[in-house]
Ligand binder design. Structure first.
Ligand SMILES: Nc1ncnc2c1ncn2[C@@H]1O[C@H](COP(=O)(O)OP(=O)(O)O)[C@@H](O)[C@H]1O
Ligand SMILES: [Mg+2]
Length: 381
């Protein structure tokens, strides 16, 4: 990819204050959407704070695009209200909502030069020529595309086209930026760079609220302040990104945000003052970060593969034993798959003992209570 990067300079910075002043929080108040009699978004209540990046993540068909399009004004809610700042926008047309939007397939106008694409929204608003010139320049500089103004979309790479699409969305100085899978059409390497650049862009426009729809957990974990996980038209969990990753409230969340080993346990002792409970897995007593479990509850102990170690010591006071089944070397990481009393357990290690055990061998695994989380066993949701 070229050396250009989002620089986030000049007038855009000054405007961040203005955007904040206008109030850029997004509030879904029991918003539901139906196509005919088919409800695809069940009453959704959700707040996105001013300047926050909320990643809405979930499998295909879970209602992410529908929720975003309801904010944009392209889908009419069957019930509920949507507010942006202090304004109830539910009945406003899209162009009066103060939004910028970027979708997966760039959607640039092929017959227009980059600068005309970026100017499009401003022209539609009837802005004067001098202002348009200045805004277009700024927006293109912000995404590192200043020298591409005279090109046509077909003369740009996918990544460059998507930068122009972002510049076009920013040129109207939106309060809220809606991004719907903006990187899914790009290949892996460019996608990683773009994620970092969107993070940089947001640092230069701290007042800009971003609703970022994706099915990619890495994008969500890298970018978002908060994550909302969608499943079957409902939010099944919502919270600060690290919190949701470290302490997923249910199985779906645990597994959607990354690989999770889920060991069936029975709670032995409810959570104490330090936030830990003890639980039995067969004869083994383990300590895990708990919530409101009670002694006797069936539960799952969630441990991420990178938190399991083949060596004892330090905080790693929990010990389980598994039978080694598979070893997959992947360069930076080696993945081991073990069987712990019928539960497949995956270990991702950067460092391994020199003598790796053979498949079939009994291998002890160690982990820290602080790296675990107890989940309700019946968490179908
Ligand atoms: N215009 C439409 N008419 C009928 N059904 C639709 C329409 N748009 C989306 N849907 C349905 O709504 C559900 C949610 O879709 P969508 O919001 O696009 O999901 P996601 O973005 O999470 O993949 C899906 O079952 C989809 O088939
Ligand atoms: Mg979608």
């Amino acid at each position: 990819m070229s050396a250009v990067a989002f620089t986030g300079t000049s007038v855009m910075d000054i405007d961040a204050a203005k955007i904040r002043g206008a109030g850029s929080n997004v509030h879904f108040d029991k918003v539901s959407v139906a196509y005919g009699s088919h409800v695809v978004l069940h009453p959704l209540t959700l707040d996105i704070a001013p300047g926050e990046i909320l990643a809405m993540i979930g499998p295909s068909g879970s209602g992410k695009t529908t929720a975003l399009r309801a904010v944009a004004g392209f889908v009419r809610p069957a019930s509920g209200r949507i507010r942006i700042g202090a304004t109830d926008v539910t009945d406003l047309p899209p162009y009066e909502r103060g939004l910028g939007m970027v979708v997966q397939n760039y959607a640039l106008f092929p017959h227009m030069r980059v600068e005309d694409n970026v100017a499009f929204g401003l022209r539609a608003q009837g802005a004067d020529k001098a202002l348009i010139g200045e805004r277009v320049k700024d927006a293109l500089a912000t995404v590192g595309m200043a020298t591409f103004a005279r090109r046509y979309p077909r003369e740009l790479s996918g990544g460059q086209q998507q930068r122009v699409a972002i510049a076009r969305a920013l040129a109207v100085r939106p309060r809220v930026l809606l991004l719907d899978e903006p990187l899914s059409a790009l290949d892996a390497q460019i996608r990683r760079n773009m994620v970092e650049e969107i993070a940089r862009l947001h640092r230069s426009l701290p007042g800009l609220t971003i609703l970022y729809v994706t099915h990619d957990q890495t994008e969500a974990l890298t970018l978002a302040d908060k994550i909302a996980i969608m499943r079957d038209g409902r939010v099944c969990s919502h919270g600060p990104t690290t919190e949701l990753y470290r302490r997923p409230p249910n199985r779906f969340t645990a597994e959607f945000l990354g690989r999770a080993n889920l060991l069936p346990v029975t709670v032995a002792e409810a959570v104490g003052s330090k936030g830990f409970a003890t639980a039995r897995h067969g004869d083994v007593v383990l300590t895990g970060a708990g919530r409101d479990e009670e002694a006797g509850d069936k539960s799952l102990l969630c441990i991420r593969p990178q938190h399991l170690s083949l060596t004892a010591g330090g905080e790693h006071t929990n010990r389980i034993v598994g039978t080694l089944r598979e070893v997959h070397w992947q360069g930076e990481l080696t993945h081991l798959v073990l069987d712990v009393d019928g539960t497949p357990v995956r270990v991702s290690a950067t460092k391994l003992p020199v003598e790796l055990p053979e498949p079939g061998a009994k291998v002890p695994l160690f982990f820290a209570p602080a790296d675990t989380s107890l989940l309700p066993e019946d968490a179908g949701v």
